[in-house]
Design a protein around this ligand. Structure first.
Ligand SMILES: O=P(O)(O)OC[C@H]1O[C@H](OP(=O)(O)OP(=O)(O)O)[C@H](O)[C@@H]1O
Ligand SMILES: Nc1ncnc2[nH]cnc12
Length: 178
């Protein structure tokens, strides 16, 4: 499925969750059988030649695409959770995103040392979320060199910030502007 077809299935909601934010909402893409399959196939196409030992998906929307991608690539899935959800000792990092602050946590015992972990999320804006995931996975001993997204908002700068941190990004669709 091409970028324009995917974009036609992604809803844009102005001023959510804060004034000035153009919220790119994948709810409508997920609810469409062809759109869901097309997005997952697209993510597989972007990543099938990468060395991937595990996929790490970011709560909550990254869980949907990340778990589907992990199944297609034949690897396990590491949940990067929002604060306070994991019942064990975690590694955690606070971060800023386009419209707020949050905290991600990971169970380091499920991260294989020196193995390549691919980060997956629905959307890349400032990169704050994906950078926090990168730091946590590296602190747990993984190698992180690649991240993949359904949507990139390149003018907000996340892809550049990740590149500086040694993480190459790929995405199925991009929206210009803020
Ligand atoms: O590049 P950034 O500026 O960090 O923004 C991207 C993040 O923002 C959204 O998540 P959100 O925290 O809204 O959580 P959700 O998936 O639970 O809705 C999105 O799913 C990414 O995880
Ligand atoms: N503009 C946006 N739309 C949807 N999710 C986002 N996460 C961060 N910025 C976003």
């Amino acid at each position: 499925m091409g970028a324009e077809e995917l974009k036609a299935l992604i809803r844009t909601v102005p001023d959510f969750p804060a004034p000035g934010i153009q919220f790119r909402d994948v709810t409508t893409l997920l609810a469409d059988a062809g759109g869901l399959a097309g997005a997952v196939d697209g993510l597989v196409g972007l990543t099938r030649d990468l060395p991937v030992a595990s996929v790490a998906g970011i709560e909550a929307r990254g869980f949907i695409f990340g778990a589907a991608l992990a199944l297609s690539l034949g690897v396990g899935f590491i949940p990067m959770r929002k604060a306070g959800k994991l019942p064990v000792e975690t590694l955690g990092e606070d971060y800023k995103l386009e419209y707020g602050v949050a905290r991600l946590e990971v169970d380091p015992s499920v991260v294989v040392k020196n193995a390549e972990v691919l980060i997956v999320d629905d959307l890349l804006a400032t990169g704050g979320t994906a950078l926090a995931a990168t730091h946590l996975l590296r602190r747990a001993g993984a190698r992180v060199a690649d991240a993949v997204f359904v949507v990139d908002l390149p003018d907000i700068g996340g892809s550049k910030a990740l590149e500086k941190a040694g993480v190459a990004t790929r995405a199925l669709v991009a929206y210009g502007g803020h």
